[in-house]
Design a protein around this ligand. Structure first.
Ligand SMILES: [Zn+2]
Length: 380
């Protein structure tokens, strides 16, 4: 077995307290996964990631983006370095996306055919082709614990007809991704080092903002059969109620005993809400991206609503308080708003690091509390 998922408790809203066993370790779920785009969670080094959060447990699993690593430094180079874990010195679990989302959002001159998609690099304009088979080959070379089926992402908003057509393509590509993965999964760089375990391939449910298409897509993915399922194509500008609705309708179809992953969400209150609905895994660039822009997640008072503090504001120039009095992260324990504002305004590199560390800790702490709540041990 390359993946084992045990659920130890279920909350009233359907949220699950679980444990996901992967080749590089155990992940307590529901979990938030920091995004390490190019094998780096921007501005935060691995040693710090390992100790993040008030409980010091650190990030349990991080993401890397296939598209970025394929273009630079190249997946074959990473394979020669022993895989992405060894390359970046991160021995905990990892997940790679299929590259689909970036191919459709970052690159120009795309040409989509039933076989795959031709695109030009956002780095130098060079031409490339991704098919489901190629995405899987690249992800096997990178060697993350969890890999994703190649999917097409439609621009939102899209018509029902366009969404359905795209979804059909995604379903065909999911089957091809699985077939190719099954043939080649033993080629992962670390195969044999951790017993006879390999990576796990998750399918991705699409269907845009249409409940009937989401249902159809989820049913088709379950029919193909994967050890875990992702819900993709959300948080692309639609109202929050729509995101909620699409997740809720999809969760009704997905098997209860398999991990469920919503890709690319969200704000701290959203990840908490989705976890309580029964989503087990989430990832988002928001904590690090917002941090680099001087936006810090915090609560004015314990238990209050989460707000985003804009640290560059003048009112913080002589504010001696930490970002959030209730946050136990190393940044809040040590530095004042006044100092963080100064670093941001002066364009110091440390600004991005400290802001990202706090925001990531805030996200991880949010999930630690949700897990405690789901386990029945009130920690809030
Ligand atoms: Zn903090």
């Amino acid at each position: 077995m390359s993946l084992e998922f045990e659920i130890s408790g279920t909350g009233e809203g359907g949220g699950r307290r679980g444990r996901l066993r992967l080749p590089h370790g155990v992940v307590e779920t529901p979990v938030f996964m920091p995004v390490g785009t190019a094998a780096s969670v921007k501005a935060v080094e691995q040693g710090v990631l390992e100790g993040l959060g008030t409980d010091g447990a650190g990030a349990q699993i991080i993401l890397a983006n296939t598209y970025h690593l394929y273009l630079r430094p190249g997946h074959e180079l990473i394979r020669r370095m022993g895989g992405v874990h060894r390359f970046m010195s991160w021995e905990r679990p990892m997940l790679t996306d299929s590259g689909g989302f970036q191919v459709f959002s970052l690159s120009k001159l795309r040409k989509v055919t039933p076989d795959g998609v031709e695109f030009s690099s956002n780095l130098d304009g060079s031409k490339h082709f991704f098919s489901p088979e190629h995405s899987i080959d690249v992800q096997i070379a990178l060697g993350a614990d969890v890999v994703m089926a190649f999917d097409e992402c439609v621009k939102s908003p899209a018509s029902w007809e366009r969404t359905r057509e795209s979804m059909g393509l995604t379903h065909g590509w999911a089957q091809r991704s699985k077939d190719h993965f099954e043939l080649h999964k033993n080629e992962v760089p670390w195969f044999g080092e951790r017993g006879s375990v390999a990576q796990s391939l998750f399918g991705i449910v699409q269907g845009g903002m249409y409940a009937d298409l989401r249902k159809e897509s989820a049913e088709r993915m379950v029919e193909i059969g994967f050890p875990g399922y992702a819900i993709g194509g959300l948080a692309v500008g639609e109202p929050r109620e729509v995101t909620w609705e699409m997740i809720a309708r999809t969760l009704e179809i997905l098997p209860k005993d398999k991990p469920r992953y919503v890709m690319g969400v969200g704000y701290p209150d959203e990840i908490k809400e989705y976890a309580k609905m029964g989503v087990d895994m989430m990832d988002c660039v928001l904590p690090t991206r917002a941090g680099r822009h001087g936006l810090l997640f915090m609560r004015e008072e314990a238990g209050g609503p989460v707000v985003r503090m804009n640290i560059k504001r003048k009112e913080y120039a002589e504010d001696q308080r930490p970002i959030d009095e209730a946050c136990g992260c190393p940044v809040c324990r040590r530095y004042s708003r006044a100092y963080l504002r100064h670093l941001y305004v002066a364009g110091e590199a440390l600004s991005a690091t400290l802001n990202s560390v706090h925001n990531l800790a805030f996200y991880l702490d949010t999930m630690t509390r949700v897990r405690a709540e789901l386990a029945g041990s009130a920690m809030l």
